[in-house]
Design a protein around this ligand. Structure first.
Ligand code: BDR
Ligand code: CA
Length: 307
């Protein structure tokens, strides 16, 4: 199995990413690192622990950076609620976070590993950027970075920017300029994976504890997506990164030159992806341009059955 670390900010869709990453035939989820994003760090860490406990996952959870590298902190309370994971009711929390800081863990896990490790980020990229600054040698141990974030079309926080990149543009800048293989799963494809009520009903029928958690999460998520964006089904952004690693044919990707805008006030956090290759610059990123949603929902269903 391919070893991977999931860096996340749960978050409803992050919770589903954990669920997928922990049980499949392709990936070995060795650690969950948490960052501030959808909510403050104490909230996102507690949420990650709650999800692991509810699913009986013995995966270590590390608390990471409590804010972005340069800009001021923003959170997404309108979508994910005050807790960052409003909806499900969890048992009293017994699982504890690890003592080591997530950035130290990322550095240690990579440096100690004999094999390359895949890093998936589904929140602001602060922890990974900090780890690469702290110990640049970790780059030799990273197989690839797969991120949920960005868009080459319309943003979801500003016309230009998607939340994860907007929340820490400088961190994303460092990751996109790291020279590592990087695949961007942006809004261009995640907005096609809308979790309509019929999908929620289909997953509810599975009847496992994971499907119950999925349904509780999605009913709240869909409600806030309806209020904020007017959609009947919310885009299930984050787990698409994992589905892609399980089965790369879920996405169509196109190599492009991408740069993160960090200097403009109006377009801060824009992922400038040169779709038409106007600039004839090196293709430093693979950008997802299409998704096979049937395959994606089959992978979600398969994961829910494994619990
Ligand atoms: C991203 O922002 C967060 O609210 C979601 O968890 C996802 O990672 C979508 O823009
Ligand atoms: Ca997220």
């Amino acid at each position: 199995k391919q070893k991977m670390i999931l860096d996340c900010d749960p978050g409803h869709d992050d919770a589903v990413a954990i669920l997928l990453a922990a049980k499949n035939d392709v990936l070995e989820l060795i650690g969950i690192t948490v960052v501030a994003g959808n909510q403050t760090i104490d909230n996102t860490v507690r949420n990650a622990l709650n999800v692991c406990q509810a699913l009986e996952l013995e995966i270590p959870v590390y608390a990471g950076c409590g804010g972005p590298m340069v800009r001021e902190q923003v959170v997404a309370g309108d979508i994910h609620g005050e807790s960052g994971l409003d909806g499900p009711v969890f048992e009293p929390l017994k699982k504890e976070r690890e003592e080591e800081h997530a950035v130290n863990y990322i550095v240690r896990a990579l440096m100690e590993s004999d094999e390359k490790i895949t890093i998936v980020t589904t929140g602001p990229m602060t922890n990974l950027a900090m780890a690469m600054r702290m110990e640049p040698k970790i780059k030799e141990k990273i197989k690839e970075i797969v991120l949920m974030g960005g868009c080459y079309q319309n943003g979801n926080v500003t016309p230009a920017a998607e939340f994860n990149i907007f929340a820490d543009g400088e961190a994303a800048y460092a990751c996109f300029n790291s020279g590592l293989p990087i695949t961007m799963v942006g809004l261009d494809v995640t907005r096609k994976a809308l979790c309509y009520p019929a999908i929620v009903d289909r997953m509810e029928k599975i009847g496992t504890k994971a499907s119950k958690l999925f349904v509780d999460l999605m009913r709240h998520f869909n409600k806030s997506q309806k209020e904020v964006f007017g959609w009947d089904g919310g885009p299930l952004h984050d787990p698409i990164t994992i589905a892609y690693l399980i089965d790369p044919t879920v996405l169509t990707v196109k190599p492009m030159h991408s740069e993160i805008e960090i200097r403009s006030e109006q377009s801060y956090g824009r992922t400038n992806c040169d779709f038409f290759d106007y600039q004839q610059k090196d293709h430093n990123s693979d950008i997802a341009i299409d998704i096979d949603t049937d395959k994606f929902w089959d992978i979600v269903e398969d994961a829910l059955k494994r619990y």
